[in-house]
Design a protein around this ligand. Structure first.
Ligand SMILES: NC(=O)C1=CN([C@@H]2O[C@H](COP(=O)(O)OP(=O)(O)OC[C@H]3O[C@@H](n4cnc5c(N)ncnc54)[C@H](OP(=O)(O)O)[C@@H]3O)[C@@H](O)[C@H]2O)C=CC1
Ligand SMILES: Cc1cn([C@H]2C[C@H](O)[C@@H](COP(=O)(O)OP(=O)(O)O[C@H]3O[C@@H](C)C(=O)[C@@H](O)[C@H]3O)O2)c(=O)[nH]c1=O
Ligand SMILES: [Mg+2]
Length: 298
């Protein structure tokens, strides 16, 4: 066994995976794999990869994240979000490795009036949320060393996300209807990756315990508030939008029917994470502004 930990990152090309490649690089001997190199749909390939690299830390950033598509593909979503995660957890249990994994606000039903804490009752409304919760539960049941970060409304400079979709639509349409009665905190993949690296170091050195933690940017907004922030800032940057000055319309979720039901309240209370790892989470606007600036200069 060498001085450096052997870290295996799965899902390296996703929003969070991409940022983890950067944030985990100085922490050990990092192997980062994409879907073609380790397909979570394929149990044999998972075992082959684990046996080949013998990771002391597994960071799983791969997931089935197509929320509406999952409604008609429960089997596919469950295989990636739950069964594959269970296989990683069993390996971690057997080998004494640490499994780092990500979950979502969508494991809650959103009926709580305050921000959710880690031990609040779960009750997912969607197949995506159900299968993500099953993944969490498989990890806890395996009794392996683990860190599970529940996050929300993830965006990144690279990859598909709400901010990018809204900017594209604002370039195409004069009016846009956006849901105003679902609230949460947009959280950047950059922040998630950096917090992961800090927390991972603390857990590996025994300074902090593993477990399940809520990880989201500070503050809160609705999807409408998020879209307003993005389009206002794009305009202030001098971008030409098709969207009229009063073209962004707040609507209730009932007027925007989708296959999957989303929670009304996606707010995550992050006090446990901040206390456990001595971290302060920045306001969501800070990260969104940064990504918009990055897009602007490209
Ligand atoms: N996005 C969000 O808003 C939120 C995400 N999360 C959680 O955070 C984590 C990271 O999400 P994020 O980075 O945003 O997701 P992305 O959708 O950006 O990335 C997911 C990655 O998983 C890969 N993947 C999908 N299926 C497989 C498979 N069968 N085998 C291997 N890899 C696969 C995708 O590959 P490919 O590119 O080939 O499709 C993609 O690179 C996930 O656990 C997600 O559930 C939590 C809250 C909010
Ligand atoms: C594009 C668009 C979306 N919406 C609404 C639909 C939805 O309720 C909300 C966000 O749309 P999205 O498609 O980004 O939503 P969604 O894919 O559900 O986003 C979720 O992804 C998964 C992976 C998570 O874990 C969650 O935290 C969350 O980020 O905005 C509008 O109201 N108007 C619009 O023009
Ligand atoms: Mg989506």
């Amino acid at each position: 066994m060498g001085f450096y930990k052997k870290i295996l990152l799965l899902g390296k090309d996703g929003q969070v995976g991409w940022e983890l490649q950067r944030a985990l690089a100085p922490l050990g001997e990092l192997t980062a794999l994409n879907r073609s190199e380790c397909d979570l749909a394929n149990p044999d390939q998972i075992q082959e990869v684990l046996e080949k690299y013998e990771p002391e830390v597994i960071v799983n950033a791969a997931a089935y994240t197509a929320v509406d598509k999952a409604e008609e593909d429960t089997i596919g979503a469950r295989r990636i979000n739950a069964d594959a995660v269970g296989e990683l957890a069993l390996y971690a249990r057997e080998m004494g490795s640490l499994l780092v994994h990500y979950s979502t606000d969508y494991i809650f039903d959103g009926s709580k009036p305050e921000a959710y804490v880690e031990d609040d009752l779960t009750n997912p409304l969607s197949v995506y949320g159900k299968t993500k919760l099953e993944g969490e539960e498989k990890i806890r049941a395996a009794l392996c060393r683990h860190l599970i970060f529940r996050t929300s409304w993830v965006y990144a400079a690279r990859g598909g996300n709400f901010a990018r979709t809204i900017l594209r639509l604002a370039q195409e349409r004069e009016t846009l209807n956006v849901i105003d009665d679902q609230i949460g905190a947009p959280t950047s993949a950059e922040l998630i990756a950096d917090v992961t690296a800090h927390a991972l170091r603390d857990v590996l050195s025994g300074r902090a315990p593993g477990g399940t933690y809520h990880l989201a940017a500070a503050g809160e907004t609705s999807w409408y508030g998020y879209a307003k922030f993005v389009t206002d800032r794009a305009r202030a940057q001098g971008q030409t939008l098709a969207l009229a000055a009063d073209g962004l319309k707040p609507i209730p979720a009932t007027q925007y029917p989708l296959p999957a039901q989303r929670p009304q309240n996606s707010r995550l209370n992050t006090h446990l994470l901040e206390r456990s790892f001595a971290l302060k989470l920045p306001h969501w606007q800070h990260g969104v502004a940064r990504v918009l600036d990055e897009w602007q200069t490209n």
